[in-house]
Design a protein around this ligand. Structure first.
Ligand code: ARG
Length: 456
């Protein structure tokens, strides 16, 4: 008979037990469950609700249950339903009647809410640290290879030349905002629900603030109904993960493209690549592909949490038990993806010479011709047309800007002079873009310094 069996004559059907258990997923948060019980017992003792001698018995018993669960000498079955009842039942077996005092002034509703918040806070801290490391890896890349010439794309068509450092810092700024979102989510999750009871509080003189303090929360959830029924901190954490995964997925997509023979811009380290069982030449960017693929799962987790909650009347409903599948998977997957992405970027071999000459004469320098005319006083729109006509002129002859001569330029616009062709140099084009946040190396360095400062 389950711990709640008083008003029942028989137990639940076997199929119902298997259907209703959350123990299998709860095992991920055993430490948090025991920790919350230890804090609760300490508070109950201080409030005079449990005699001091029994407090000690309960504390020792809980520590023992934790050990037994860790070394699997205690393997609760589905008849225990969840981690809260598995722990309490074993405690009563170990210490006898005193074990029955543990559940004074609490309910599984505030227990589960507390365990999950403790678990979540820890994972968000780990995610924060992993993100910091990834951003540092990118900054190191900027220092080592940042001055590598690269075509910047729009629509995946060559747009303008840039330094690789400029490109990497764009990713790094995304990730810095992700870290801020993770921190915000952690701050809002950092309130303790324990002592809310089922929803209405308790007649016993407990001290919720004390429990919160022991558990390292910054305060208590002020409303007992809110404490047991809200899951927005989970949705917020998973949306931070979802946005972060979208960013990782975009980076992963670039790594896949860049390591193809067609781009041949970079090569993933062996530690982060795999081979093919049939094609001996293969070196596949599987780590990047998996990050891209797992993004779908995390986005799905966010959807699952929101849909699960949207129709629920206050306060606790059993539907909420489904939250951990989505939450645990989202946090665990995202954390792994951040770490793998850092590993990939750390081991990446950048082919620095790939575009060093390849961009000379390329039409991605067309904006240079237009901007050059603007510097001669020509309105930009008119300059844009002249540069466009020059592209068409070269294309019609099956060539690129290397076909141009000062005379040809002159025929297309009188403001072109004998020196105008010198603007068609990719490195010069990059270095001219010194406006704030531009790709010129001085700006890249300034951005890197600002990012480093923001990282703290
Ligand atoms: N296993 C439950 C969950 O995960 C714990 C709370 C159960 N509360 C209840 N009233 N049945 O949500």
């Amino acid at each position: 008979m389950p711990l709640w069996g008083g008003r029942f004559e028989g137990g639940p059907a076997e199929e119902m037990q298997a259907f209703s258990e959350s123990l299998s997923v709860d095992l991920e948060m055993v430490d948090e469950d025991i920790e919350a019980s230890l804090a609760h017992v300490t508070m109950l003792g201080e409030a005079g609700l449990v005699p001091a001698a029994e407090v000690e018995v309960l504390r020792q018993g809980l520590v023992r249950v934790r050990e037994e669960l860790a070394d699997q000498t205690y393997r609760p079955g589905v008849e225990r339903e969840d981690i809260h009842m598995a722990v309490e039942a074993r405690l009563i077996e170990l210490v006898g009647e005193a074990g029955g005092r543990l559940h004074t002034a609490r309910s599984r509703n505030d227990q589960v809410a507390t365990d999950v918040r403790l678990w979540l806070k820890r994972r968000l801290t780990a995610l924060d640290e992993a993100l910091e490391r990834l951003i540092k890896v990118l900054l190191q890349r900027v220092k080592n290879d940042g001055r590598t010439l690269l075509p910047g794309f729009t629509h995946l068509q060559r747009g303008q030349p840039i330094w690789l450092g400029h490109h990497l810092l764009a990713h790094a700024w995304h990730l810095l905002r992700d870290r801020d979102r993770v921190r915000d989510a952690r701050t809002r999750a950092d309130l303790c629900p324990l002592g809310a009871g089922a929803m209405a509080g308790t007649p016993h003189p407990i001290d919720r603030t004390r429990t919160a303090e022991i558990l390292g929360f910054r305060g208590i959830v002020p409303n007992a109904m809110d404490a047991v029924s809200s899951r927005d901190h989970e949705m917020e954490a998973v949306s931070a993960c979802a946005i972060l995964m979208v960013h990782l997925s975009r980076m992963a997509e670039e790594l896949v493209l860049w390591s193809s023979a067609e781009f041949a811009f970079a090569r993933l380290g062996e530690a982060w690549s795999t081979g093919s069982s049939i094609m001996p030449q293969k070196r596949n960017p599987d780590a990047a592909e998996l990050v891209r693929g797992k993004t779908g799962r995390v986005l799905g987790n966010l959807q699952a949490l929101m849909v699960m909650t949207k129709g629920l009347p206050l306060a606790y409903n059993r539907d909420l038990q489904e939250d951990r599948h989505a939450l645990f998977d989202a946090l665990t997957t995202t954390l792994a993806c951040v770490r793998v992405t850092a590993g990939m970027w750390e081991s990446l071999e950048v082919r620095r010479e790939r575009y060093a000459q390849a961009l000379e004469g390329d039409f991605l320098l067309a904006t240079e011709l237009a901007d050059h005319l603007v510097e001669q006083g020509v309105p930009f729109r008119e300059a844009h047309h002249a540069a466009g006509r020059l592209v068409a002129w070269c294309e019609a002859r099956g060539g690129d800007f290397r076909l141009l001569t000062p005379e040809i330029l002159q025929q297309h616009h009188p403001a072109f002079g004998p020196e105008s062709l010198t603007v068609l140099d990719p490195v010069a084009a990059v270095e001219r873009r010194r406006s704030a946040g531009g790709t010129a190396w001085t700006e890249v360095e300034a951005q890197a310094a600002a990012l480093e400062a923001a990282l703290g």
